[in-house]
Design a protein around this ligand. Sequence first.
Ligand code: FE2
Ligand code: FE2
Length: 213
Amino acid sequence: MSDSSSPHPSSFHRERAWTLLNEHTQSPSLLKHALAVETCVRAYGKREADAQGLTCEAHTALLEKYSATALLHDFDYEKHPSLEEHPFVGIAILTEQGWPEEIRTAILGHAEYSGVPRETHLAKTLFACDELAGFLTACSLVKPTKSIHDVEVAGVKKKMKDKAFARGVNRDDIVKGAAELGVPLEDHIAFCIAAMQHNAEALGLQGSPAQAE
Ligand SMILES: [Fe+2]
Ligand SMILES: [Fe+2]
């Protein structure tokens, strides 16, 4: 085991992360954000694990690590949203609990102002997916069906130019994140749409005929 900093098997990472997130977070939208980011990050993790030719246990361990990182990236945000505290308060808790350094460094890297560089594939993936997952959720919720299945790349790119739409989402971070990850923007958007479509029900974005107008 290279992961000697954690007393727990890496296969428990996701479950522990989900528990910790829920201990600190009440807001349904923040929980949905965590799940949406996880969905995209985990999909990239699967692609990375496949590319590395990882097998059973190592493959699972990588996916658990990617899931946990995404689930935990904003776990302190509800109680500590200021730039002085987020994500630093959370990192202190993760350090105390013995979470692996790679996960903690990636979480620090999602906050540009931390000054921590994004060097690993995990850190680059988290940053690339954070704002985009939120934006794709917003794009889904303005559809009459409220479904991610009705979201397309061209429409997303158009909405990115509409400054009045989802103003809280930083477009520059989406563009920069894709570039850092080495994926063309259109491909990145398409990949994350597909990932979220596969997990639409858990994200509450599966749509419903009853919601159609
Ligand atoms: Fe954050
Ligand atoms: Fe986030």
